[in-house]
Design a protein around this ligand. Structure first.
Ligand code: GLN
Length: 536
């Protein structure tokens, strides 16, 4: 049945196209359809793996080890789809493939051009995902804003696909903005008309408009938008601001967006409500019984999107514990010896997320020390685990010159170091330890208590590892190596004896947490923080 939904965005960026696409996925799944998503990104990087989080926000990692756009994270959180390296198509990847083919001689005799060769490569990538995943509906989100030069080949590709598929097999949804001008007391439709105009200039007529708005849309405004944008009246959908992203599927449902899509794609499915999602996620999120404060000590704190999956996973942990998690974001560079107590004294839990480079490292180490000494629940993730071991080596084992070789190549005691196989790596793109790897848990551990099983699989994105030469001295002083990659002999999780909850892992559990199924470590970390709070 292969059907496609193409999602574009107009007027401004940051309209939440990714969340809109994920919410559409959720609605369709609720109606009994299987779905997947492809995110098309117009930049020239092959993937976002080499970009700073300040440029791009979080890099989301899939099971098969692709470094992808964070919108794929929304999609995996909202739906049951499992995404792969094919789910993110960038301009860089498309050109790379086309030029590789050209060098191989695949186009022998031809002039290689944007149309048809680049657009054909985009179409091939989109069709491949639909074909391989065997889902009912493939959602394709085009990054950027209509009118940008960079996204033109993607738009041309989806125009052609729509034409090839014909009616009832593909539809275009355009996410747009109805700005409210306070001084005039009016909601404006002109920017929407213009952005739909831009789409029509290149041959795309939207079937549905998702209008982001602060205020409800009146009947008159709906009529006006429908008339001037050439869409059906019922296809003007109000996408009102909501407090929390997990309410978006409910607000789309209220607008009967799922009925509209099914009708336009000629799919017949029984109506189903979102009651379970409402009860399990939204109600608990909005009316929690308790609250708890978690300090996240990071280095990309200024950018909301840099730790997206971490913040979401904390919220999920809160949902399962019936508590609101108040996240206090702390820039590790602010944590000096004298100020660490001032910043962290209100914390019921302290989390240190992943990161790269030495900026802000010493502040993170101080935060670990504070959590360890004050018995505050501590959760270290990737770099967070690495700094926990540096802190322990320095302050508990009393070793001199303890560091990761990422920050000090000649560290006297390199507790974190590169494996032999990483030492010869020259290219920095897609060359970390990436994707899902197995981990075996010790039965007496807090981690086992959380997962309730011995063998787990988690996603990775890092280069440096715990140096096994330090296992014995660390164990003697109370660190327990409770999670191991048995095949490679690598440390995956450490815990600290005699501390109420001190868990640090080399992998990224945040990528597998969902609003209706919190990741077990996040759930128990929030649980431990609540306990800490009630004991105060
Ligand atoms: N910079 C560290 C490494 O490469 C940690 C990476 C991370 O936190 N994702 O090993």
């Amino acid at each position: 049945m292969e059907k496609f939904i193409f999602v574009t965005g107009g007027v401004v960026s940051s309209l939440g196209k990714g969340i809109a696409a994920a919410s559409i996925g959720k609605l369709l799944e609720t109606r009994g359809l299987t779905t997947t998503i492809i995110k098309c990104d117009p930049y020239l990087n092959v993937d976002p793996g080499t970009m700073s989080p300040f440029q791009h926000g979080e890099v989301y990692v899939t099971d098969d080890g692709a470094e992808t756009d964070l919108d794929l994270g929304h999609y995996e959180r909202f739906t049951n789809a499992r995404l792969t390296k094919d789910s993110n198509i960038t301009t860089g990847k498309v050109y790379y493939n086309v030029i590789t083919k050209e060098r191989r001689g695949d186009y022998l005799g031809k002039t290689v051009q944007i149309i048809p060769h680049i657009t054909d490569e985009i179409k091939r990538g989109i069709k491949k995902v639909a074909h391989d995943s065997e889902v009912d509906v493939t959602i394709v989100e085009i990054g950027g804003t209509v009118g940008d030069i960079e996204s033109l080949p993607f738009l041309e590709a989806i125009r052609q696909l729509r034409w090839e598929m014909g009616e009832h097999h593909a539809l275009n949804i355009h996410v747009t903005l109805l700005p409210y001008i306070k001084s005039a007391g009016e909601q404006k439709t002109k920017p929407t008309q213009h952005s739909v105009g831009r789409l029509r200039e290149i041959g795309i007529t939207p079937d549905i408009l998702l209008c982001r708005t602060e205020k409800p849309i009146s009947k008159e405004q709906r009529d006006k938008i429908a008339l001037f944008c050439n869409v059906d009246r019922e296809a003007v959908i109000e996408a009102a601001d909501v407090k929390h992203i997990y309410e978006v599927p409910l607000s789309f449902k209220k607008e009967r967006l799922d009925d509209l899509i099914l009708h336009k794609l000629n799919i017949k499915k029984e109506d189903k409500d979102l009651e379970k999602w409402k009860e399990l996620v939204v109600k608990r999120l909005k009316n929690p019984e308790k609250e708890v404060q978690v300090c996240v000590v990071g280095k990309y704190i200024a950018l909301q999107d840099a730790y997206k999956s971490i913040y979401e996973a904390l919220a999920h942990g809160g949902i399962e514990n019936n508590a609101r998690v108040n996240i206090v974001k702390i820039d590790s560079e602010d944590l000096e010896k004298e100020t660490v107590g001032k910043y962290l004294s209100g914390a019921d839990g302290i989390l240190i997320p992943g990161g790269f480079g030495d900026r802000g490292i010493e502040g993170k180490i101080r935060a670990v020390q504070y959590a360890r000494e004050n018995k505050i629940p501590f959760f270290g993730i990737c770099l967070g685990m690495q700094v926990a071991t540096i802190e322990f080596g320095r302050n508990v084992c009393g070793l001199k010159g303890v560091n990761s070789t990422e920050f000090d190549k000649d560290a006297k005691n390199p507790v974190i170091a590169l494996l032999e196989e990483q030492k010869s790596v020259k290219n920095l793109g897609a060359s970390m330890r990436l994707g899902a790897f197995p981990c075996k848990l010790a039965k007496h551990s807090l981690s086992f208590k959380a997962y309730k099983k011995e063998n787990i699989s988690e996603r990775h994105r890092h280069r440096y590892e715990f140096n096994n030469d330090y296992k014995m001295p660390f164990e003697k002083k109370g660190i327990e190596f409770v999670g191991l990659n048995v095949d490679k002999g690598l440390v995956e999780i450490i815990e600290l004896k005699g501390h109420p909850w001190f868990v640090a892992c080399q992998f990224h559990p945040e990528f597998k947490s969902k609003p209706d199924a919190a990741h077990p470590l996040f759930r128990d970390f929030v649980g431990a923080a609540l306990k800490k709070k009630s004991s105060k």
